[in-house]
Design a protein around this ligand. Structure first.
Ligand code: PLP
Length: 382
Protein backbone atom coordinates (compact mmCIF):
# COMPACT_ATOMS: atom_id res chain seq x y z
CA UNK A 1 0.00 0.00 0.00
CA UNK A 2 1.09 3.55 -0.66
CA UNK A 3 2.93 5.26 2.17
CA UNK A 4 1.79 8.71 1.12
CA UNK A 5 -1.16 9.97 3.10
CA UNK A 6 -3.05 11.31 0.09
CA UNK A 7 -6.52 10.06 -0.76
CA UNK A 8 -7.02 9.50 -4.50
CA UNK A 9 -10.38 10.07 -6.18
CA UNK A 10 -10.41 6.35 -7.11
CA UNK A 11 -7.97 3.94 -5.48
CA UNK A 12 -7.32 1.44 -8.27
CA UNK A 13 -3.91 0.55 -6.86
CA UNK A 14 -5.46 -0.68 -3.63
CA UNK A 15 -8.08 -2.64 -5.56
CA UNK A 16 -5.35 -4.24 -7.71
CA UNK A 17 -3.25 -5.20 -4.68
CA UNK A 18 -6.18 -7.30 -3.43
CA UNK A 19 -6.73 -8.97 -6.84
CA UNK A 20 -3.21 -9.35 -8.15
CA UNK A 21 -2.88 -13.14 -7.96
CA UNK A 22 -6.35 -13.85 -9.38
CA UNK A 23 -5.85 -11.41 -12.25
CA UNK A 24 -2.44 -12.89 -13.06
CA UNK A 25 -3.93 -16.39 -13.17
CA UNK A 26 -6.84 -15.29 -15.37
CA UNK A 27 -4.52 -13.53 -17.81
CA UNK A 28 -2.15 -16.51 -17.86
CA UNK A 29 -5.08 -18.78 -18.77
CA UNK A 30 -5.89 -16.60 -21.79
CA UNK A 31 -2.23 -16.52 -22.81
CA UNK A 32 -2.05 -20.32 -22.52
CA UNK A 33 -5.16 -20.67 -24.69
CA UNK A 34 -3.86 -18.18 -27.30
CA UNK A 35 -7.50 -17.27 -28.00
CA UNK A 36 -7.72 -13.51 -27.83
CA UNK A 37 -10.85 -12.72 -29.87
CA UNK A 38 -14.28 -14.40 -29.55
CA UNK A 39 -12.71 -16.96 -27.24
CA UNK A 40 -14.07 -18.68 -24.15
CA UNK A 41 -13.17 -15.85 -21.77
CA UNK A 42 -15.43 -13.44 -23.68
CA UNK A 43 -18.28 -15.96 -23.80
CA UNK A 44 -17.94 -16.67 -20.07
CA UNK A 45 -17.96 -13.00 -19.11
CA UNK A 46 -20.91 -12.24 -21.39
CA UNK A 47 -22.95 -14.99 -19.74
CA UNK A 48 -21.94 -13.88 -16.25
CA UNK A 49 -22.78 -10.22 -16.88
CA UNK A 50 -26.16 -11.06 -18.43
CA UNK A 51 -26.91 -13.17 -15.36
CA UNK A 52 -25.82 -10.41 -12.96
CA UNK A 53 -28.23 -8.04 -14.71
CA UNK A 54 -31.04 -10.51 -15.25
CA UNK A 55 -30.81 -9.67 -18.97
CA UNK A 56 -31.86 -12.18 -21.61
CA UNK A 57 -29.74 -10.70 -24.39
CA UNK A 58 -26.49 -8.76 -24.49
CA UNK A 59 -23.01 -8.77 -25.99
CA UNK A 60 -19.60 -7.54 -25.00
CA UNK A 61 -18.11 -4.81 -27.14
CA UNK A 62 -15.12 -2.51 -27.40
CA UNK A 63 -16.17 0.41 -25.16
CA UNK A 64 -19.15 2.31 -23.80
CA UNK A 65 -19.23 4.86 -26.61
CA UNK A 66 -19.44 2.16 -29.28
CA UNK A 67 -22.09 0.40 -27.16
CA UNK A 68 -24.31 3.48 -27.46
CA UNK A 69 -23.93 3.89 -31.22
CA UNK A 70 -24.40 0.14 -31.81
CA UNK A 71 -27.64 0.24 -29.82
CA UNK A 72 -28.91 3.30 -31.71
CA UNK A 73 -28.00 1.83 -35.10
CA UNK A 74 -29.63 -1.51 -34.32
CA UNK A 75 -32.81 0.30 -33.21
CA UNK A 76 -32.92 2.07 -36.57
CA UNK A 77 -31.87 5.56 -35.46
CA UNK A 78 -30.09 7.44 -38.22
CA UNK A 79 -29.82 10.60 -40.31
CA UNK A 80 -32.73 13.02 -39.91
CA UNK A 81 -33.66 11.65 -36.49
CA UNK A 82 -33.50 13.57 -33.24
CA UNK A 83 -32.38 11.92 -30.02
CA UNK A 84 -33.19 13.63 -26.72
CA UNK A 85 -30.57 13.44 -24.01
CA UNK A 86 -29.28 15.32 -21.01
CA UNK A 87 -26.90 18.28 -21.27
CA UNK A 88 -25.22 17.14 -18.03
CA UNK A 89 -23.23 14.02 -18.98
CA UNK A 90 -19.93 12.90 -20.45
CA UNK A 91 -19.62 13.86 -24.10
CA UNK A 92 -19.66 10.22 -25.26
CA UNK A 93 -23.44 10.08 -24.77
CA UNK A 94 -23.93 12.69 -27.46
CA UNK A 95 -21.02 11.64 -29.68
CA UNK A 96 -22.74 8.30 -30.22
CA UNK A 97 -25.86 10.09 -31.49
CA UNK A 98 -23.73 11.94 -34.03
CA UNK A 99 -21.91 8.73 -35.01
CA UNK A 100 -25.17 7.27 -36.37
CA UNK A 101 -25.93 10.53 -38.21
CA UNK A 102 -28.72 11.65 -35.87
CA UNK A 103 -29.00 14.99 -34.05
CA UNK A 104 -28.69 15.31 -30.28
CA UNK A 105 -31.32 17.47 -28.57
CA UNK A 106 -30.07 18.54 -25.16
CA UNK A 107 -32.48 19.12 -22.28
CA UNK A 108 -32.19 20.19 -18.67
CA UNK A 109 -31.82 18.08 -15.54
CA UNK A 110 -33.71 17.37 -12.35
CA UNK A 111 -31.48 19.18 -9.86
CA UNK A 112 -32.21 16.64 -7.09
CA UNK A 113 -30.85 13.58 -8.89
CA UNK A 114 -28.81 15.35 -11.64
CA UNK A 115 -30.46 13.02 -14.19
CA UNK A 116 -32.50 14.12 -17.21
CA UNK A 117 -35.76 15.93 -16.33
CA UNK A 118 -38.73 13.97 -17.76
CA UNK A 119 -40.81 17.15 -18.12
CA UNK A 120 -38.05 18.65 -20.26
CA UNK A 121 -37.95 15.47 -22.35
CA UNK A 122 -41.72 15.63 -22.95
CA UNK A 123 -41.43 19.29 -23.98
CA UNK A 124 -38.65 18.53 -26.48
CA UNK A 125 -40.44 15.79 -28.46
CA UNK A 126 -40.97 16.71 -32.13
CA UNK A 127 -42.16 14.67 -35.13
CA UNK A 128 -38.47 13.90 -35.82
CA UNK A 129 -37.73 12.48 -32.36
CA UNK A 130 -36.80 8.78 -32.52
CA UNK A 131 -35.16 8.00 -29.20
CA UNK A 132 -34.35 9.13 -25.67
CA UNK A 133 -31.04 8.45 -23.94
CA UNK A 134 -31.39 8.80 -20.17
CA UNK A 135 -28.04 8.65 -18.36
CA UNK A 136 -27.90 7.11 -14.89
CA UNK A 137 -25.36 9.72 -13.92
CA UNK A 138 -23.12 9.23 -10.88
CA UNK A 139 -24.72 5.78 -10.41
CA UNK A 140 -28.12 7.28 -9.58
CA UNK A 141 -31.10 6.35 -11.75
CA UNK A 142 -32.97 8.64 -14.09
CA UNK A 143 -36.76 8.56 -13.52
CA UNK A 144 -37.44 5.49 -15.64
CA UNK A 145 -41.20 5.37 -14.95
CA UNK A 146 -41.67 8.81 -16.47
CA UNK A 147 -39.23 8.25 -19.34
CA UNK A 148 -40.74 4.91 -20.37
CA UNK A 149 -44.21 6.48 -20.24
CA UNK A 150 -43.18 9.37 -22.53
CA UNK A 151 -41.47 6.91 -24.89
CA UNK A 152 -44.55 4.68 -25.05
CA UNK A 153 -46.84 7.67 -25.66
CA UNK A 154 -44.76 8.89 -28.62
CA UNK A 155 -43.41 5.57 -29.95
CA UNK A 156 -39.76 6.35 -29.09
CA UNK A 157 -36.88 4.00 -28.37
CA UNK A 158 -35.13 4.25 -24.99
CA UNK A 159 -31.39 3.56 -24.70
CA UNK A 160 -30.15 3.70 -21.10
CA UNK A 161 -26.57 4.97 -20.78
CA UNK A 162 -25.57 2.84 -17.80
CA UNK A 163 -21.82 3.55 -18.02
CA UNK A 164 -21.86 4.85 -14.43
CA UNK A 165 -24.45 2.57 -12.85
CA UNK A 166 -23.38 -1.10 -12.90
CA UNK A 167 -25.84 -3.09 -10.75
CA UNK A 168 -27.88 -0.01 -9.89
CA UNK A 169 -31.61 -0.75 -9.77
CA UNK A 170 -34.98 0.83 -10.51
CA UNK A 171 -37.94 -0.83 -8.76
CA UNK A 172 -35.76 -3.89 -8.28
CA UNK A 173 -34.72 -4.23 -11.94
CA UNK A 174 -31.14 -3.72 -13.04
CA UNK A 175 -30.49 -0.40 -14.74
CA UNK A 176 -29.77 -1.03 -18.40
CA UNK A 177 -32.53 -3.65 -18.66
CA UNK A 178 -35.56 -1.33 -18.54
CA UNK A 179 -35.31 0.33 -21.94
CA UNK A 180 -35.08 -1.08 -25.46
CA UNK A 181 -31.32 -1.20 -24.94
CA UNK A 182 -28.85 -0.47 -22.17
CA UNK A 183 -25.17 0.24 -22.55
CA UNK A 184 -22.20 -0.19 -20.23
CA UNK A 185 -18.62 1.01 -20.18
CA UNK A 186 -15.89 -0.99 -18.48
CA UNK A 187 -13.36 1.86 -18.74
CA UNK A 188 -10.81 1.24 -15.95
CA UNK A 189 -12.24 3.83 -13.54
CA UNK A 190 -15.87 2.68 -13.81
CA UNK A 191 -17.49 0.63 -11.01
CA UNK A 192 -16.60 -2.49 -13.02
CA UNK A 193 -13.44 -1.64 -14.93
CA UNK A 194 -11.24 -3.55 -17.37
CA UNK A 195 -7.48 -3.06 -17.82
CA UNK A 196 -8.09 -1.25 -21.07
CA UNK A 197 -11.27 -0.41 -22.98
CA UNK A 198 -14.38 -2.60 -22.98
CA UNK A 199 -18.16 -2.21 -23.03
CA UNK A 200 -21.46 -4.06 -23.24
CA UNK A 201 -24.84 -3.68 -24.96
CA UNK A 202 -28.03 -5.17 -23.56
CA UNK A 203 -31.12 -5.39 -25.78
CA UNK A 204 -34.63 -6.35 -24.76
CA UNK A 205 -35.59 -7.74 -28.16
CA UNK A 206 -33.85 -10.88 -29.46
CA UNK A 207 -33.74 -9.61 -33.05
CA UNK A 208 -32.19 -6.28 -32.00
CA UNK A 209 -29.65 -8.17 -29.91
CA UNK A 210 -28.74 -10.31 -32.90
CA UNK A 211 -28.29 -7.22 -35.09
CA UNK A 212 -26.01 -5.72 -32.44
CA UNK A 213 -23.99 -8.92 -32.25
CA UNK A 214 -23.55 -8.85 -36.02
CA UNK A 215 -22.66 -5.15 -36.16
CA UNK A 216 -19.97 -5.71 -33.50
CA UNK A 217 -18.25 -8.33 -35.68
CA UNK A 218 -18.17 -7.08 -39.31
CA UNK A 219 -21.81 -7.92 -40.01
CA UNK A 220 -20.88 -11.60 -40.18
CA UNK A 221 -23.65 -14.08 -40.71
CA UNK A 222 -23.81 -16.35 -37.69
CA UNK A 223 -21.54 -19.38 -38.08
CA UNK A 224 -19.93 -17.98 -41.19
CA UNK A 225 -16.49 -16.45 -41.59
CA UNK A 226 -16.76 -14.54 -44.85
CA UNK A 227 -20.47 -14.02 -45.48
CA UNK A 228 -21.64 -10.60 -44.30
CA UNK A 229 -25.34 -9.70 -43.93
CA UNK A 230 -24.87 -6.03 -43.18
CA UNK A 231 -22.04 -3.50 -43.24
CA UNK A 232 -20.74 -3.91 -39.72
CA UNK A 233 -17.85 -2.71 -37.65
CA UNK A 234 -15.06 -4.13 -35.55
CA UNK A 235 -16.17 -3.34 -32.00
CA UNK A 236 -15.40 -6.65 -30.29
CA UNK A 237 -14.47 -7.13 -26.65
CA UNK A 238 -11.20 -9.06 -26.33
CA UNK A 239 -10.50 -12.09 -24.15
CA UNK A 240 -7.83 -10.49 -21.96
CA UNK A 241 -10.28 -7.77 -20.90
CA UNK A 242 -13.05 -10.32 -20.42
CA UNK A 243 -10.82 -12.44 -18.16
CA UNK A 244 -10.01 -9.41 -15.98
CA UNK A 245 -13.69 -8.44 -15.87
CA UNK A 246 -14.76 -11.91 -14.74
CA UNK A 247 -12.31 -11.76 -11.83
CA UNK A 248 -13.58 -8.33 -10.84
CA UNK A 249 -17.27 -9.19 -11.29
CA UNK A 250 -17.12 -11.58 -8.33
CA UNK A 251 -16.18 -8.57 -6.14
CA UNK A 252 -18.60 -6.03 -7.60
CA UNK A 253 -21.40 -6.65 -5.12
CA UNK A 254 -19.04 -6.09 -2.19
CA UNK A 255 -17.52 -2.97 -3.71
CA UNK A 256 -20.99 -1.59 -4.39
CA UNK A 257 -21.98 -2.15 -0.77
CA UNK A 258 -18.86 -0.27 0.33
CA UNK A 259 -19.67 2.62 -2.03
CA UNK A 260 -23.17 2.87 -0.57
CA UNK A 261 -22.04 2.87 3.03
CA UNK A 262 -19.28 5.42 2.35
CA UNK A 263 -21.81 7.64 0.53
CA UNK A 264 -24.12 7.41 3.56
CA UNK A 265 -21.19 8.49 5.76
CA UNK A 266 -20.52 11.52 3.50
CA UNK A 267 -24.25 12.36 3.52
CA UNK A 268 -24.36 12.25 7.32
CA UNK A 269 -21.57 14.82 7.60
CA UNK A 270 -22.27 17.10 4.63
CA UNK A 271 -26.07 17.36 4.48
CA UNK A 272 -26.47 18.77 8.02
CA UNK A 273 -23.88 21.42 7.08
CA UNK A 274 -26.18 22.57 4.27
CA UNK A 275 -24.42 20.99 1.29
CA UNK A 276 -26.50 19.81 -1.69
CA UNK A 277 -25.58 16.21 -2.55
CA UNK A 278 -27.06 13.59 -4.89
CA UNK A 279 -30.68 12.86 -3.99
CA UNK A 280 -31.48 9.53 -5.69
CA UNK A 281 -35.15 8.86 -6.54
CA UNK A 282 -36.97 6.74 -3.96
CA UNK A 283 -37.60 3.95 -6.52
CA UNK A 284 -33.87 3.49 -7.15
CA UNK A 285 -30.89 1.76 -5.58
CA UNK A 286 -27.91 3.99 -6.42
CA UNK A 287 -24.36 2.65 -6.80
CA UNK A 288 -22.39 5.88 -6.28
CA UNK A 289 -19.98 5.78 -9.20
CA UNK A 290 -19.19 9.29 -7.99
CA UNK A 291 -19.95 11.12 -4.76
CA UNK A 292 -20.87 14.66 -5.70
CA UNK A 293 -21.35 17.75 -3.55
CA UNK A 294 -22.19 21.30 -4.66
CA UNK A 295 -19.88 24.00 -3.34
CA UNK A 296 -19.50 27.75 -3.77
CA UNK A 297 -16.27 28.88 -5.46
CA UNK A 298 -15.74 25.33 -6.69
CA UNK A 299 -12.39 25.68 -8.45
CA UNK A 300 -10.78 27.27 -5.37
CA UNK A 301 -12.20 24.51 -3.15
CA UNK A 302 -10.81 21.89 -5.49
CA UNK A 303 -7.36 23.47 -5.37
CA UNK A 304 -7.48 23.68 -1.56
CA UNK A 305 -8.46 20.01 -1.26
CA UNK A 306 -5.79 18.93 -3.71
CA UNK A 307 -3.22 20.90 -1.70
CA UNK A 308 -4.21 18.71 1.28
CA UNK A 309 -3.63 15.54 -0.75
CA UNK A 310 -7.30 14.89 -1.47
CA UNK A 311 -8.08 13.86 -5.02
CA UNK A 312 -11.20 15.40 -6.49
CA UNK A 313 -12.72 16.03 -9.90
CA UNK A 314 -15.48 17.82 -11.78
CA UNK A 315 -18.06 15.75 -13.65
CA UNK A 316 -18.65 17.75 -15.77
CA UNK A 317 -17.54 21.39 -16.00
CA UNK A 318 -19.06 22.31 -19.39
CA UNK A 319 -22.60 21.17 -20.24
CA UNK A 320 -22.97 19.66 -23.69
CA UNK A 321 -25.13 22.45 -25.15
CA UNK A 322 -22.22 24.83 -24.48
CA UNK A 323 -19.52 22.58 -25.97
CA UNK A 324 -17.84 23.99 -29.08
CA UNK A 325 -18.35 20.60 -30.79
CA UNK A 326 -22.13 21.05 -30.58
CA UNK A 327 -22.30 24.76 -31.28
CA UNK A 328 -24.41 24.18 -34.39
CA UNK A 329 -27.01 21.98 -32.70
CA UNK A 330 -30.33 22.85 -31.07
CA UNK A 331 -31.22 22.21 -27.45
CA UNK A 332 -34.91 21.63 -28.08
CA UNK A 333 -35.65 24.26 -25.47
CA UNK A 334 -35.45 27.40 -27.49
CA UNK A 335 -31.87 28.50 -27.33
CA UNK A 336 -28.38 27.16 -27.50
CA UNK A 337 -26.36 29.66 -25.53
CA UNK A 338 -25.60 30.26 -21.87
CA UNK A 339 -28.77 30.48 -19.79
CA UNK A 340 -30.80 28.13 -22.01
CA UNK A 341 -30.48 25.12 -19.66
CA UNK A 342 -30.02 26.80 -16.29
CA UNK A 343 -30.14 23.76 -14.01
CA UNK A 344 -27.48 21.91 -16.01
CA UNK A 345 -25.39 25.07 -16.06
CA UNK A 346 -25.72 25.52 -12.28
CA UNK A 347 -24.58 21.92 -11.75
CA UNK A 348 -21.62 22.34 -14.11
CA UNK A 349 -20.49 25.42 -12.17
CA UNK A 350 -20.77 23.89 -8.68
CA UNK A 351 -20.40 20.10 -8.65
CA UNK A 352 -17.32 18.59 -7.05
CA UNK A 353 -16.62 14.84 -6.98
CA UNK A 354 -15.03 13.57 -3.76
CA UNK A 355 -13.05 10.33 -3.35
CA UNK A 356 -15.19 7.20 -3.47
CA UNK A 357 -14.58 3.63 -4.63
CA UNK A 358 -14.91 0.09 -3.37
CA UNK A 359 -11.59 0.37 -1.54
CA UNK A 360 -11.91 3.65 0.39
CA UNK A 361 -11.96 3.35 4.21
CA UNK A 362 -14.33 5.01 6.67
CA UNK A 363 -11.37 6.86 8.14
CA UNK A 364 -10.50 8.29 4.73
CA UNK A 365 -14.08 9.49 4.23
CA UNK A 366 -13.92 11.18 7.63
CA UNK A 367 -10.67 12.92 6.67
CA UNK A 368 -12.20 14.14 3.39
CA UNK A 369 -15.25 15.45 5.27
CA UNK A 370 -13.05 17.28 7.79
CA UNK A 371 -11.22 18.95 4.92
CA UNK A 372 -14.40 19.85 2.98
CA UNK A 373 -16.01 21.35 6.08
CA UNK A 374 -12.84 23.37 6.69
CA UNK A 375 -12.44 24.82 3.19
CA UNK A 376 -15.87 24.84 1.47
CA UNK A 377 -19.23 26.59 1.73
CA UNK A 378 -22.52 25.32 0.26
CA UNK A 379 -23.33 26.67 -3.20
CA UNK A 380 -26.17 29.18 -3.29
CA UNK A 381 -29.12 28.41 -5.54
CA UNK A 382 -28.34 30.84 -8.31
C1 PLP B 1 -17.57 6.51 -19.48
C2 PLP B 1 -18.84 6.95 -20.08
C3 PLP B 1 -19.17 6.68 -21.43
C4 PLP B 1 -18.18 6.15 -22.42
O1 PLP B 1 -17.58 4.95 -22.14
P1 PLP B 1 -16.19 4.57 -22.84
O2 PLP B 1 -16.06 3.13 -22.46
O3 PLP B 1 -15.13 5.42 -22.24
O4 PLP B 1 -16.34 4.76 -24.29
C5 PLP B 1 -20.42 7.02 -21.88
N1 PLP B 1 -21.31 7.63 -21.08
C6 PLP B 1 -21.03 7.93 -19.80
C7 PLP B 1 -22.07 8.59 -18.96
C8 PLP B 1 -19.78 7.62 -19.26
O5 PLP B 1 -19.51 7.93 -18.00
Amino acid sequence: MSTDAGIPLVNLRRQYAALKDDVAAAIAAVLDSQQFIKGPAVRAFEAAWREALGAAHGSGCSNGTAALSLALQALGVGPGDEVITTAHTFIATAEAICHVGATPVFVDIDPASYAIDPAAVAAAVTPRTRAIIPVHLYGSAADMDAILEIAARHGLAVVEDTAQAHLGRWRGKALGTLGDAGTFSFYPGKNLGAYGDAGFVVARDAAVAETIERLIDHGRQRGSKYLHDVVGQNQRMDDLQAAVLSVKLSHLGGWTGTRRSRAARYDARLKPAGFKVIEPPAASEPVYHLYVVEVADRDAVMAALQARGIGCGVHYPVPLHLQPAFAEMGTGQGGTGPGSLPRAEHAADHVLSLPICGAITEDEVDRVCDAVLAVARPAGRD
